[in-house]
Ligand binder design. Structure first.
Ligand code: AQP
Length: 334
């Protein structure tokens, strides 16, 4: 049976990129009725130093964002990663299965460690092994993610295959990435060649789920574009990454295809398209923001939800991890 797993790092607030590329899809997968497990990956977040007080706040706020966006803790398992130790246990075993060369080829590692990789944390380098463990601790079959995570999911399959091969078992499944929708790669509002990211130093580059209507409108109004009007076919957006990005965002928010958006606004100037986009973004995001703020009034309740989710997650992962220990040859005598 299909089992869906995915996660987001509480290394900042949720962005429109996280929402369209990941969270909105998480809700759809839940509503399709499958088994869905969603994780706030706090262990991943600390691969880059996080202020402890902020990390706690961001984790709760992200949980509130998930619930406000439609994740129902009665139908999906929602928890923070560090409460289920199976993740780090399996990650260690995968550290011993995966090869240094595989990790070194990951573009996220190269981007985040940059030229000063000697000074990056060991955890940042091993990040994809922990991600593989997150997924495979549940033997998850489907992982909804944005485009940028495709390479890590291929590595997850490589790790699963090597484990199966090294130990002569057919144990871990080959997980399928689920990269769907009109906005699988939302770009920065300031630079059409960079993805929208919660850790971008410029707050103008992204829309946060905590932004109010005025700042959403202002950020879209100031978003970088070119002077041309919208074309009448998608072909006309080929070498216009900023324009393409705004069209994709509109399409994803409206539940339309990018081709239909272009058809509807053919010939329109960005001066008239941007206010329409802002109106749509506010209409879709502000109910989520309002609900998120309401939920944040009761942080103890959020912690209880995460605790219950962690217990449910643990119940699935523990037998799988015990089997892994057995396969690897480790004694479990209590
Ligand atoms: N710009 C984006 N467009 C579409 N999807 C995106 N995702 C992130 N940015 C975009 C998807 O959101 C999920 C969670 O990502 P993450 O928090 O685990 O890490 P990330 O991909 O590194 O996201 P950020 O926002 O860029 O965080 P920082 O700045 O901390 O690195 C993933 O499914 C991702 O594809």
């Amino acid at each position: 049976t299909p089992r869906v797993f995915s996660g987001i790092q509480p290394s900042g607030g949720l962005t429109l990129g996280n929402y369209l590329g990941a969270l909105k899809r998480f809700v759809e997968k839940q509503d399709e009725g499958g088994e869905t497990i969603y994780c706030l990956v706090d262990m991943h977040a600390i691969t880059v130093w996080q202020d402890p007080t902020k990390l706690r706040h961001q984790t709760r706020e992200m949980a509130a964002g998930f619930i406000a966006a439609g994740i129902d803790p009665a139908r999906s398992i929602l928890f923070n990663q560090s409460q289920v130790t199976a993740h780090v246990e399996l990650a260690w075993i995968f550290n011993c299965v995966a090869r240094m060369g595989w990790m070194g080829r990951m573009t996220q590692w190269k981007d985040k460690a940059g030229k000063n990789s000697e000074n990056a944390s060991l955890g940042l380098f091993a990040y994809p092994a922990l991600m593989a463990a997150d997924i495979l601790a549940y033997k998850a079959t489907h992982v909804p993610v944005g485009e940028d995570q495709k390479q890590h999911l291929e590595l997850t399959r490589d790790i699963a295959a090597k484990f199966n091969n090294d130990y002569g078992v057919t144990f871990f499944p080959m997980t399928e990435p689920v990269i769907e929708g009109a906005a699988t790669r939302v770009m920065s509002l300031r630079d059409g060649s960079k993805k929208m990211s919660k850790s971008d130093p410029s707050d103008q580059s992204r829309i946060n789920l905590t932004d109010d209507a005025d700042s959403i409108a202002a950020k879209i109004r100031k978003a970088k574009t070119d002077p041309e009007p919208l074309p009448d076919t998608l072909d006309g957006l080929k070498d216009r990454p900023e324009a393409r990005n705004l069209v994709n965002i509109y399409a994803a928010l409206a539940g339309m295809s990018a081709a239909d958006v272009v058809k509807e606004y053919a010939g329109a100037q960005f001066g008239s398209f941007k206010p329409k986009l802002a109106e749509l973004a506010v209409a879709k995001l502000s109910p989520i923001t309002t609900e998120m703020n309401r939920l944040m009034q009761d942080p103890a309740e959020i912690d209880r939800i995460l605790g219950r989710g962690a217990a449910q997650a643990e119940a699935i992962a523990r037998p799988i991890i015990n089997e892994v220990y057995d396969i690897v040859g480790m004694i479990r005598s209590r």
